[in-house]
Design a protein around this ligand. Structure first.
Ligand code: ZN
Ligand code: ZN
Length: 223
């Protein structure tokens, strides 16, 4: 339990450019639909782990009434439609967010600047992520400024056009707009739509008066 009303599932995506990448999926008690509000959904390989976490907290998939998607990258939307099918939850995402299957045309040199990855690991990861063609149909399109339960929707573009964060004055859930990888950093440049805007959004978010900061990748910060 991160705070009074937010729990975090720590999930893992293996073989991400030579390392294990963690996914922090937040579960908030409670969302506008009256049940649990889930923020981002990880990949299908983690659906069993999601169910295990919920069970350990005496919940099940069916208790989820709201699914908030920070942005449409595969590691965030991977289970959204399956969970919606089983729980009848409503899916929320920013109106500018769109799926772009061709957004990950990367070279080994670009990635090596950021991560200590061998060429073999690079090719394996590219092959793996190029097959991730998940789709998503949001029920509610956001613009920023809305309240979802106790949380305000913040439009923080840069990593993608319609990236959002959630803040209740205490807990700040940032998706990929801030990562905690050897310290707090803006999103990875080569995975970002507009890096200049991503840096602006990063600076805005880290200066908010949060007590808990939940990045999707990297450890939760408590201060
Ligand atoms: Zn992303
Ligand atoms: Zn991500």
């Amino acid at each position: 339990m991160v705070s009074r009303k937010v729990r975090v599932m720590e999930l893992t995506e293996k073989n991400f450019f030579g390392m294990d990448l963690n996914h922090n999926v937040a579960i908030i008690d409670k969302g506008p639909g009256g049940g649990l509000m889930m923020v981002d959904t990880s990949l299908p390989e983690n659906l069993d782990n999601i169910e295990r976490y919920l069970k350990s907290w005496r919940y099940s998939i069916e208790d989820i009434s709201d699914i908030v998607i920070t942005h449409f990258h595969p590691d965030h939307i991977g289970n959204a439609m399956e969970i919606k099918k089983r729980s009848k939850a409503r899916i929320y995402a920013h109106e500018l967010e769109e799926i772009n299957y061709n957004s990950f045309n990367l070279t080994y040199e670009q990635v090596r600047e950021e991560f200590p990855v061998s060429e073999k690991e690079f090719l394996e990861t590219m092959n793996r992520i190029s097959k991730m063609k998940y789709s998503i149909v949001p029920d509610v399109r956001l613009r920023g400024g809305e309240m979802l339960g106790d949380f305000k929707v913040l439009h923080v573009p840069g990593h993608t056009k319609g990236h959002i964060a959630l803040f209740d004055g205490e807990t700040l859930i940032v998706g990929d707009a801030v990562r905690n990888y050897n310290g707090l950093k803006p999103p990875v440049k080569f995975f970002s739509w507009d890096y200049g805007k991503a840096v602006e959004s990063f600076n805005y978010l880290i200066n908010l008066p949060y007590k808990y900061l939940i990045p999707y990748h990297g450890n939760v910060i408590v201060r």
